[in-house]
Design a protein around this ligand. Structure first.
Ligand SMILES: C[S@@+](CC[C@H](N)C(=O)[O-])C[C@H]1O[C@@H](n2cnc3c(N)ncnc32)[C@H](O)[C@@H]1O
Length: 189
């Protein structure tokens, strides 16, 4: 089956919706804290529920937060609070949300990601992590223009520019992960 815009929107990089649901049901939902599940359920009735960070991307974020023993974190772009609560539940009780940061999560206005990046490089300590959500922009970053849904067109330009800039930025190490709608992880050098 070819990847049409519709299938990409529903499955990310995965080939089928069933495979994505398998991952969620097998590896993600059984380990999701109850409070997060509640937020996800409440958010699902919101007309913009698509904005909530994907639980598979969230699970990966939590793993990274633990791996780097993050205590000081910052989030740019809060919606119903799924990713923010996930962070708060993951970092230790003496964790903080200010000062020189171990970890930053950016999930806001895509046309400003490049500005956020410059500022976060000053705020996140060397060895710290910056994560950018939606770096596939519904799969449209790799689509021919003719297949891109009109509502994706404007921000797509900025996401493509961000991806290009991050790839060329020697101040960070990066990995662009096929989680949720694309999650790019940067480690500040
Ligand atoms: C995709 S949602 C974030 C979802 C969040 N990660 C979650 O799991 O609930 C993006 C949010 O960023 C907010 N936003 C957009 N532009 C912003 C800006 N310039 N500054 C702060 N927040 C912004 C929007 O209002 C929206 O609530």
């Amino acid at each position: 089956m070819g990847l049409t815009p519709t299938t990409v929107e529903k499955t990310g990089l995965l080939q089928t919706k069933q495979l994505y649901e398998y991952i969620l049901k097998t590896s993600v939902y059984p380990r999701e804290p109850e409070l997060l599940k509640e937020i996800r359920d409440l958010s699902s009735t919101h007309p913009r529920s698509f904005m909530v960070t994907s639980p598979d991307a969230g699970q990966f974020m939590a793993l990274i937060l633990k791996l780097i023993n993050a205590k000081k974190t910052i989030e740019i772009g809060v919606f119903t609070g799924y990713s923010l609560l996930l962070t708060a539940l993951t970092i230790p009780d003496d964790g903080k949300n200010h000062e020189s940061f171990d970890f930053a999560f950016v999930d806001a206005d895509k046309n400003n990601y490049i500005n956020y990046h410059e500022n976060l490089l000053k705020l996140v300590k060397p060895g710290g992590i910056i994560m950018y959500d939606n770096t596939f922009w519904g799969g449209t970053v790799a689509m021919d223009d003719e297949f891109v849904p009109p509502y994706r067109l404007e921000m797509r330009v900025h996401v493509i520019e961000l991806n290009r800039n991050l790839a060329a930025d020697n101040r960070v190490e990066i990995s662009q992960l096929p989680l949720g709608d694309g999650l790019t992880m940067c480690r500040r050098l």
